[in-house]
Design a protein. Sequence first.
Length: 340
Amino acid sequence: MNIITNSMNKNYSILSSPKSTPVFKGYTTGPDEIWTSTGYSTVGPGGYVSGYKVPKNATPNYPGAYPNKYTKIYKADPFEIIPEEVYKTHDYTIRDDLRLSQIQKDYKNGYKNFASNAENEKNFLAYNANKHREQSQYHQRLVDGYKKRMDFADKDSIKQKYSVKITDNEKKLAEANQKLNGYIEPLKNAEERFKLLKALDDKVGEIGAAYQEISSTGRKIMSCKNPTTEKGEIEKNLQEIQKLQYKQANAVKNAGNDLPKFEAEEEKAAIKARYDVQINRIKENIKNLNKKIADGKAEIPNLIKKCDALREKIAQLYKELDVCMADVEKLYKTKYPHWL
């Protein structure tokens, strides 16, 4: 299961603009039909509807709810605050939020970025809280403004007019504050959920990084035990030396044949020296390669110790991961009982 659903991605994409309005709204769907085959029917898929069923994650809205032809299921958008009227007019509700059971199933199976779900919840709640806060501030300004105007009004009719406006905006102010207060506790819970899931994600990330380090160190150990690259380079260098020595011998042999003996010897010595520079440079490279091979073999015990230490670290990290998971479970069971 994807942690962030397509619906969630669609709805949260519009939150990037502070002026945009989220389109969080679920939809009503019906039950699935259960077909029984007759073996001889020429109608439909070769059978008849023998019953109805609802998805496993559908929660009944009242005791005694059962799937039938007229069952109404409300499929909520992630983090949607469902109006009470929806529960009264529907038989089942489906939420596609990040459930505790999914975290329990997947939290040891690699990095899942669980915290992104809580971050999206925070964004949704903060957006709506801010919207009602702005409405509250707006109506408060109107109430204060009308009260000041009424203090300076000299006619009862004008005072009555302002009094009506004050009463109307005080009512809207109270409604905005009531809605705002409804977001305070859920937002606090979402922030705590993000913090705990982030800790869980980070711990999984540490474990993954440790495993990657063991893998890379293991490859280095194998390379040190069997330094094929260096051996191949040495073989190429030896072949190059042989070629140079062959060329050197022929060049020295054929040099100075038309020169006096003394000058011929100088010419031969100069040619030999030029080739010796190239040959010695390659020999130095071979020496360095052999040293690298020897240093690698000497490093193997330390690399093995490093892997052992990393395995011990991973064992400890898994213990710490279980502690993180226990914190998440505690939060879900106390603050998100509908997401178990």
